[in-house]
Design a protein around this ligand. Structure first.
Ligand code: SF4
Ligand code: SF4
Ligand code: SF4
Length: 195
């Protein structure tokens, strides 16, 4: 790993594509583009990039709206047409490519299809799979898991559960569970069943 920031749009794109969710890819790309190769010499590229970053940031934070898709589409097409150099036009092409996946529209409906944007997901324990071993209690540094470890000949346990208010969605409990009883679900679904 190096501290040197990529300066070529293709390199930033390659780094962005290491993420799963197209919205996260686009946010990463545009943030790095603004911090590096974007020189500010022409209006459609500079203003478009700043505007896109604000919209994408809101989307990742769970504040996606349908009109954002139109705005991003308009920004990308203005950048493609009006950018003075390859860097701006590349950026527009990448944005269009990510927009075309359809995942942006799903975010506007409250769903991250890749289940990677923290604002759109919840961690939950599948009670039917949980053997009450208590491994997840040790793994969670945030005190977000409640439950009592099962002991022989004693009944009336508090079942294991994850409390939303304390969960920071770090994901560390998942590999700790030997039963694969902890899963990532859509936050919308969690709301529906009151997880
Ligand atoms: S399109 Fe090129 S010249 Fe224009 S602001 Fe972007 S990087 Fe600079
Ligand atoms: S995702 Fe992180 S904070 Fe949430 S319950 Fe699991 S370990 Fe705890
Ligand atoms: S680690 Fe898995 S099986 Fe063990 S208590 Fe936690 S959720 Fe249940």
């Amino acid at each position: 790993m190096t501290d040197k920031k990529p300066v070529k749009t293709d390199d930033i794109k390659k780094a962005a594509d290491e993420r799963k969710c197209p919205v996260e890819k686009a946010l990463f790309y545009i943030t790095e583009f603004l911090a590096g190769p974007m020189c500010g010499k022409c209006f459609p590229c500079s203003m478009g990039s700043y505007e896109a970053r604000v919209i994408l940031n809101n989307m990742v934070e769970g504040k996606a709206a349908e009109e954002d898709l139109l705005k991003l589409g308009r920004i990308a097409s203005d950048m493609l047409e009006g950018s003075m150099c390859k860097k701006g036009k590349d950026t527009a092409r990448f944005m269009i490519q990510w927009l075309d996946t359809g995942d942006f529209a799903r975010h506007a409906e409250g769903i991250c299809p890749e289940r990677t944007c923290p604002a759109y997901i919840e961690y939950t324990i599948i009670t039917a799979k949980c053997t009450m071993c208590g491994e997840c209690l040790t793994a969670c540094k945030y005190g977000a898991i409640y439950g009592e470890k099962k002991r022989a000949f004693i009944s009336g346990y508090q079942p294991f559960e994850i409390r939303r208010a304390k969960c920071v969605k770090c994901g560390e409990c998942i590999p700790a569970c030997p039963e694969k009883a902890i899963e990532v679900v859509d936050a919308k679904a969690g709301e529906a069943v009151g997880v």
